[in-house]
Design a protein around this ligand. Structure first.
Ligand code: JDH
Length: 273
């Protein structure tokens, strides 16, 4: 896979040299090219922003540097055998970036990221490139960042770990692969390792019992408890046919009751756990 990143802060992308993504690059599984957008600014101040038409606060990134940068990057990629590029544009007004998006992008041979700053990029740039290649405008969550670079790091890590041979077999995609829509039906419960006692804290006894059935049941209950507390929306959305008798019992203790359609509702008087 080839990745190009066009940014006014190339040093912000240094983490792409480290860990999972850095190792994938070193192994030749990934070709990452980070470009300084200012290299395509024409004036001696390397200006990439200007005031917004219609007035209002902040600045908007100019069309011309992005146009030149994208034309050059596309030409260079094609000359070097890259094909079927996708433009990935982080923006607070994008579609939510999910595991499903990561899986789809991981099947593409060439991703071009355009992380912006200021108030974003003049609309005409993406309107223009959308006539030549798929443009995915994505948001990594409901909070406001100062620019798109952190989102590029997030998307890249989520995508690259899905590439064949990047994750070792031991840590291979367990729960993220079986549920296409959401990441998984439920959040994971707590995990433990050695030593068996730390600062007076012991391991839940069931995990030392060697009783696989009881361990699986305990993990499931802990997953339900954590999901109920942190992501009640996942319980509300849960397909009732995915819940067994003991799941229903546990949910009832956690304050959930089945509605007329079988889906679960939080009883209004339930105490949070
Ligand atoms: C790319 C510039 C900063 C901040 C306007 C939007 C009020 C516009 N999940 C995510 N959050 N933020 C980004 C992101 C932010 C970016 C850029 C991505 C480029 N910025 C910026 C504020 C506004 N603002 C929110 N409204 C509620 C108006 C740009 C992101 C991603 N991915």
């Amino acid at each position: 896979m080839r990745l190009d990143v066009l940014t006014i802060f190339p040093e912000y992308l240094e983490p792409l040299n480290v860990s999972l993504v850095g190792k994938a690059r070193a192994r030749g599984q990934l070709d990452v090219q980070v470009h300084d957008l200012r290299a395509w600014a024409r004036d001696r101040h390397h200006t990439v922003d200007d005031t917004p038409y219609g007035g209002g606060p902040g600045m908007v990134m100019k069309t011309e540097p992005w146009g030149e940068a994208l034309d050059t990057t596309l030409a260079d990629g094609y000359e070097n055998g890259a094909h079927d590029p996708v433009l990935v544009v982080p923006t607070p007004s994008g579609r939510p970036f999910t595991q499903e998006c990561a899986v789809a992008l991981s099947a593409r041979p060439w991703l071009i990221f355009t992380p912006a700053r200021y108030e974003g990029i003049d609309r005409r740039v993406m309107d223009e490139y959308a006539t030549r290649l798929p443009v995915h405008e994505v948001s990594i969550g409901d909070y406001v960042l100062a620019g798109g670079e952190a989102a590029v790091l997030v998307v890249t890590e989520a995508v690259v770990r899905l590439l064949p041979g990047v994750l070792g077999n031991a840590e291979s995609h367990r729960d993220d692969s079986f549920a296409p829509g959401a990441m998984a039906d439920l959040l994971e419960g707590p995990v433990y390792t050695k030593p068996p006692e730390w600062r007076g804290r012991e391991i839940p006894e069931v995990l030392l019992s060697g009783h696989h059935g009881r361990i699986a049941r305990w993990r499931r209950d802990e997953a339900l408890r954590r999901t109920s507390a942190h992501r009640p929306d996942l319980i509300e959305r849960c397909d009732p046919s995915a819940l067994d008798k003991k799941d229903r019992e546990t949910l009832s203790i956690l304050g959930w009751a089945p509605g007329p359609d079988g889906r679960f509702w939080r009883r209004p008087d339930a105490v949070e756990e």
